[in-house]
Design a protein around this ligand. Sequence first.
Ligand code: HEC
Ligand code: HEC
Ligand code: HEC
Length: 423
Amino acid sequence: MTKAMLSFSRSISCVVTVVAIAFATNAPAQEPSSSVPMADSDNPVQRGLYLATAGNCMACHTKEGGEPFAGGIAFHTDFGIIYSTNITSDDTAGIGGWTEDQFIRAMHEGKAADGSNLYPAFPYPSFTKVSEQDLKDLFAFLESVAPSTYSPPENEMGFPFNQRGLMGVWNALYLENERFELDESQTEQWNRGAYLVQGLGHCGTCHTPRNALGGLQSEQALSGGTYNDKVDEDKIRPWSAVNLTSASDGLAAWSEDDLTSYLKTGHGGMGGTFGPMNEVITMSTSQLSESDVRAMAVYLKSLPPIERAPQHKMSDADFRAGELLYTIHCGTCHLPTGLGDPSIGPAVAGSSVVQAEDPASLINVIIYGAEVPAPSPPGAWKTMEAFGDKLDDDEIALLSTYLRSNWGNRGGAVTEADVGKQR
Ligand code: HEC
Ligand code: HEC
Ligand code: HEC
């Protein structure tokens, strides 16, 4: 395996094509809605639909204008382009001809029906945790999906990465082929949350750091990773997927209620939704039952802190220059205290986006503004405007460093080059 093998799925870029339907079609998110398929239904197809929602299969397997679950979304990796497959019930183009066992093997071991290895752009390293019973229900649901004869384009990968056998080596190194195990010392609610976050929710796909070969670093689980979003044909925009542990540069400042509300409605005390989380929230977490979303929050809040962001001390002159920029451009909404206002905008003091080890998301928010999904979630803040044309790269760097050095925040200095990379 060569060095070029690095970051296999770090550079996955899900072309965000599927529109934000959740807020448009559902009742106000706090109320249970009859359109939300329930996990405890008697009907396996209904349960499977709910599980497909928890796993956000739709987002990666439905391209813009395409039939549901028919695949064809391009994932740009360092090694070439991988297209998501057709997982409708069509016998030849889809997985209609698969046995239940073949489906379970695909989800647990990353193998196609013919036994060849799938690429981890498909999050089977997380789905491997999912119970056999849940996969049977999921399969029952997929078998009920209208067949589509659409065939996604051939993958565009050069040698040796077009050799699927190579992934056998990767699996031997990085795939922990194990089901989720109940932790008897924890509550049922905690276990449910852990199961959803680690398994179908595949939060670690983006939020767990990867090693040089793209394997998830399980001992650093959920302490922050990078996600590359595809902006257009030849442009990738990196985002930092923040530290979700209870570190001071993670979710320490978030209450369980903040987190539940954020995942359920896209709007919570410490943050609103923008960027890559828009799709996760609108298509997946907001559609789950209130109790499942709360269970996820309970589990996340229990994660022992893994502090990632370093501390940085600015010179007095730089600090004052940063403070001036903040007062002019940001302070009216985020307030001089950095604590924000429930009716105007979130706190930047204690924010995980501000403090992330990799400043990509902080810089993106300043350059491009906070793009909230349309229609915006109930009670959401107004959109934050883009400052990319108003501020130079050196000003954005200084301002970012100021935000990371004030109010007890952490995070290393942000350079002009860091900002340039996000343009
Ligand atoms: C992050 C994007 C992503 C998500 C989320 C995702 N998939 Fe996939 N899936 C892919 C990609 C990409 C492939 C193709 C992999 C390859 O060709 O090696 C794939 C392949 C598959 C395959 C293999 C099909 C075949 O013909 O070999 C199955 C089965 C599958 N996915 C089921 C699911 C299910 C069920 C879910 C939801 C629980 C899901 N996927 C969620 C990206 C995703
Ligand atoms: C496709 C990649 C991806 C997946 C999957 C993902 N996240 Fe995120 N998440 C991000 C990125 C990038 C950010 C920072 C920018 C943003 O908010 O979009 C983020 C931010 C967050 C934040 C902080 C928001 C803020 O404003 O401070 C929370 C909380 C969060 N994610 C929870 C989760 C949970 C829980 C899951 C699993 C259900 C999850 N994420 C799955 C990419 C992802
Ligand atoms: C008009 C009010 C307004 C101004 C001015 C403003 N913001 Fe924001 N900001 C917001 C809102 C509203 C959000 C949350 C949007 C959402 O996701 O719902 C936000 C989100 C953020 C976030 C993400 C916080 C998190 O943890 O999710 C950061 C960081 C941020 N702003 C920094 C800045 C900086 C730096 C400036 C000055 C250049 C600035 N903002 C100017 C309103 C504003």
